[in-house]
Design a protein around this ligand. Structure first.
Ligand code: SAH
Length: 371
C-alpha cells in the first residue's frame, strides 16, 4: 500500500527528477502534514523504538547530575540556558531536573529551552514537565537552535542527530556518484546513482581512507550542528551529543524502524522511523571549526559508569521490591552492557565545549578529539 507521502514524493520526482537521499529522509521525517514526527509519538513499547531515557529514570538522572557539575565548572552562571534538542516525551529533562534538585541554585538559574518540531511531542513534553513548571521551572519551545535566546548554555541531545537527513555518495572507482531516490519501472521508489560524479563529495571524503568500489560516503545535514557550534562559540557553554554512531569511515547506515523491527527505508514513506548512524568525527570537526573543543566520542557504557551508574543502580535496587529490583538490573544492562541489543558500546557520547570551560566532567584531557 502506498502512503499519501509516497504519492507526493512520486509527483516531485516526476517533475524534478530523482531526489537526494537527504531530501527523501527530510520529507519522510519532517513533511508538515505527513512527516513521521509530525503525526505521532513514536516512542515506547507501543511505538517504533525505545530510547535510553524511556528505558530507565537513571539515564536522565545521571545526565542531570552531569549538567550540575558542568554548570559549576562554568562558574555557575545565572541565568543560563538548559537546552534540549529533540526531547521526545520530555522524560530525560524531567528526570534530570528532579535529580538536579540536590543543588537548588541550578534549578533557579536554569531557563529550559526545548527545540522540537513535532506538535505531538511538544504536548507530551509539556505534560512531562508540568510538575517542574508548577515548582517554578521556566520552559519554552523553539523550532530551531537559532531561536534559543542568547546566553551561556548546556545543550543536551539524545538520539537527535541520528534523525538529521544524510546525503549518500557511492564510489564507483571513477568518482563519487550521488545516490538518489527515483521511480522504478513498476512505479515503485528505487535507489539509483547520478550518472555524473559529484563535485562536492571529493572534498567531503578527503579525511577518509581511500575507498573501495561500492563504498558509501554519508554526509549529515550540517545546518543544526553548525548552528549549535556557532552559538556555543559566541555565547559560551557546552553541548552533549549521545547517539549511535561511529567516528568516521565509509558505510551505508540509513535504516528504517517500524514496530521495533528493521524495515525497507523506501517502504511506507512517512510511516517508519528513518535514521542514520551519527558521524561523530564530522560533528567534532564542525565544532572545532567554530573554535570549540571536542571530547570523545566515549562509549555510553563508560560514560554512565563514570557518572556513577553502578552506585545509582544499587541504591534503587535496595529500595525496590524483588521484581522491580530485577527490572532495574535489566535496565542497567540495556543502557551500559556491551552485548547484542545493548546500548553501552553502540551508543557514543561527544562533548563540544567552549575553550574556556576546560575538560568537561566525566571526560579526560587525553580524550580531546583528534583526527
Ligand atoms: N531525545 C528523545 C527523543 C529522540 S527521537 C529520547 O531520547 O527519547 C528524536 C527527537 O528529535 C524527537 O523529539 C523529534 O521530534 C525530534 N526532531 C527530529 N528532527 C528534528 C529537527 N529537525 N528539529 C527539532 N527536533 C527534531
Amino acid at each position: 500500500m502506498t502512503t499519501p507521502l509516497e504519492e507526493e514524493i512520486r509527483l516531485l520526482i516526476a517533475a524534478e527528477g530523482p531526489m537526494p537521499v537527504g531530501r527523501y529522509m527530510g520529507l519522510c521525517l519532517g513533511h508538515p502534514r505527513h512527516g513521521y514526527y509530525m503525526t505521532r509519538d513514536p516512542l515506547g513499547a507501543q511505538g517504533d523504538f525505545t530510547t535510553a531515557p524511556e528505558i530507565s529514570q537513571m539515564f536522565g538522572e545521571l545526565i542531570g547530575l552531569w549538567a550540575v557539575a558542568t554548570w559549576q565548572q562554568m562558574g555557575a552562571p545565572a541565568p543560563f540556558r538548559l537546552v534540549e534538542l529533540g526531547p521526545g516525551r520530555g522524560t530525560l529533562m524531567a528526570d534530570a531536573l528532579r535529580a538536579a534538585r540536590l543543588v537548588p541554585a541550578f534549578g533557579e538559574a536554569a531557563r529550559i529551552h526545548l527545540v522540537e518540531t513535532s506538535p505531538v511531542l511538544r504536548v507530551a513534553q509539556a505534560r512531562a514537565l508540568a510538575h517542574e513548571e508548577r515548582a517554578g521551572a521556566r520552559v519554552s519551545w523553539h523550532a530551531r537552535i537559532e531561536d534559543v535566546p542568547a546566553g551561556p548554555a548546556i545543550v543536551l541531545a539524545n538520539e537527535f542527530f541520528d534523525a538529521l537527513p544524510v546525503d549518500q555518495y557511492v564510489w564507483t572507482g571513477a568518482g563519487w556518484h550521488e545516490r538518489k531516490v527515483g521511480v522504478g519501472a513498476q512505479g515503485q521508489l528505487t535507489f539509483g546513482l547520478d550518472a555524473a560524479p559529484s563535485r562536492m563529495a571529493p572534498a567531503l571524503a578527503a579525511h577518509l581512507p581511500p575507498p573501495a568500489p561500492g563504498a558509501v560516503l554519508e554526509v549529515m545535514e550540517s545546518g543544526p550542528p553548525r548552528a549549535l557550534a556557532a552559538r556555543l562559540a559566541t555565547e559560551g557553554g557546552i553541548g552533549l551529543a549521545i547517539d549511535y554512531g561511529h567516528a568516521g569511515g565509509h558505510g551505508d547506515t540509513l535504516q528504517a524502524l517500524k514496530a521495533h523491527r528493521f524495515a525497507d527505508p523506501l517502504a511506507d514513506a512517512g510511516e517508519a522511523d528513518l535514521t542514520a548512524h551519527v558521524d561523530f568525527a564530522r560533528l567534532a570537526l564542525v565544532g572545532q571549526e567554530a573554535g570549540l573543543k571536542a571530547f570523545g566520542p566515549l562509549e555510553q557504557g563508560d560514560f554512565l559508569a563514570r557518572l556513577g551508574l553502578a552506585a545509582r543502580t544499587d541504591r534503587l535496587m535496595r529500595d525496590a521490591a524483588p521484581e522491580a529490583a530485577a527490572a532495574i538490573a535489566t535496565a542497567t544492562r540495556r543502557l551500559a552492557g556491551t552485548g547484542d541489543g545493548e546500548m553501552g558500546r553502540l551508543f557514543k557520547v561527544l562533548a563540544l565545549a567552549h575553550p574556556h570551560l576546560g575538560t568537561p566532567p566525566a571526560f579526560d584531557p587525553s580524550e580531546e578529539f583528534n583526527r
